[in-house]
Design a protein around this ligand. Structure first.
Ligand SMILES: Nc1nc2c(ncn2[C@@H]2O[C@H](COP(=O)(O)OP(=O)(O)OP(=O)(O)O)[C@@H](O)[C@H]2O)c(=O)[nH]1
Length: 354
């Protein structure tokens, strides 16, 4: 049986996830979506104390969608749904999981790679992050989980844009792109968003589309040129309060988020063995800090594109289509992570070129 595409819907407390899901559960879109409202993870303890009934509750909606509220383990919820479907008790062809506002989407995403039964029934389509336009600046300043949720996103949806002016919106979009230049930014206006921007995004598929904002690439190159003058700006994060202040001034009011992205580009081909070894050791050392990475590579010895991507230690690669006759050949990679030593990555990758 075909694997069921699954979307992880994340976003900070009050961002507007439920508002969006309620629309999905009620609108007449003709899709049969099973929504998993998650109350697992750290809330388990509360549930054991507060809630006697630990079973799940499954409700079928008028439009054919299924709403499943779980107070247990995500793996259990997914396997229960799959079994009920196999037994003909439930019908759905897609799953959306709403995570709690404080959740780190990393472990939820990893469930799809590590658990065999989940793996046998589901494929992760994308991580969709709802960002509260009114409160995100402060949330990103104060909560690493908010940064993580942005860092993991395959696509972002801005809610509450009605509550901010265009300048504030611009500043927020710039910051979001700095943290995650890979994910397109859409809108969720009280949950109104084209369903195609939420489902079937294929953000976790290996494909050869690596969309990056050209402005971000230009800014990155600029930053690279001036690297020697402002070494500290791009280097490790310093926790000394006065230093942080100084950093802030340097940055012309750019925020120094712990979670940030950088890009590697080259027109020279990679040596497959050297690259494999280097990436292998990178994820050994920095895996826990590497939220998301993805690239289209020019590899020595093949006339096809090599596409790779990963989450933390889990990395995969695939042969893509052939390079076009007139297409400019080259590699492009983006790494999103927490305090990653950009210099180590860039210098190491350069050493893997033939
Ligand atoms: N002004 C405005 N308010 C919104 C918008 N979207 C959602 N809200 C409001 O924001 C509040 C929180 O929305 P929810 O959908 O409950 O947010 P959530 O992300 O599910 O919240 P948690 O589950 O607590 O993390 C509600 O009062 C919504 O009506 C929007 O686009 N504009």
């Amino acid at each position: 049986m075909a694997l069921t595409p699954t979307t992880i819907l994340t976003g900070f407390l009050g961002a507007g996830k439920t508002t969006l899901l309620n629309r999905i559960l009620r609108e007449d879109h003709g899709l049969r979506i099973a929504v998993i409202e998650n109350e697992f993870g750290q809330e388990n303890i509360d549930n054991e104390i507060l809630v006697q009934d630990t079973g799940e509750q499954i409700v079928e909606m008028n439009n054919g969608c299924v709403c499943c509220t779980v107070r247990g383990d995500l793996i259990e919820a997914l396997t229960t749904l799959a079994r009920k479907r196999d037994a003909g008790e439930l019908h759905f062809d897609r799953v959306v999981i709403e995570t709690t506002g404080l959740a780190n989407p990393g472990p939820v995403a990893q469930t799809f790679f590590v658990d065999e039964e989940v793996n046998a029934h589901y494929m992760l389509d994308a991580v969709v992050t709802v960002v509260d336009a009114r409160h995100a600046m402060q949330q990103l300043d104060e909560h690493e989980e908010a940064q993580r949720q942005v860092g993991f996103a395959d696509t972002m949806l801005l809610s509450k844009t009605d509550l901010v002016n265009p300048e504030e919106l611009d500043a927020l979009e710039t910051r979001l792109k700095r943290i995650n230049p890979r994910a397109p930014i859409g809108r969720s206006d009280f949950g109104v968003v084209p369903i195609a921007e939420v489902l079937d995004i294929k953000g976790f598929n290996l494909n050869d589309k690596l969309e990056l904002d050209p402005d971000f690439l230009a800014a990155e190159e600029h930053a690279h040129e001036h690297h020697h003058d402002h070494d500290h700006e791009h280097g490790e994060h310093c926790n000394h309060p006065s230093h942080q202040h100084a950093q802030h001034d340097h940055h012309h009011s750019h925020h120094t988020d712990d979670i940030a992205a950088f890009v590697f580009k080259s027109e020279r081909a990679f040596d497959p063995e050297r690259l494999d070894n280097f990436l292998g050791s990178l994820v050994q050392v920095f895996g826990p800090k590497m939220l998301r990475y993805k690239g289209v590579l020019l590899m020595h010895g093949t006339d096809r594109k090599v596409v790779f991507q990963g989450v933390h230690q889990m990395m995969g690669s695939d042969l893509g289509p052939k390079w076009g006759e007139t297409e400019a050949r080259g590699s492009k990679m983006v790494f999103i992570g927490k305090n990653l030593p950009k210099d180590v990555f860039i210098r190491g990758l350069e050493q893997c070129l033939v």
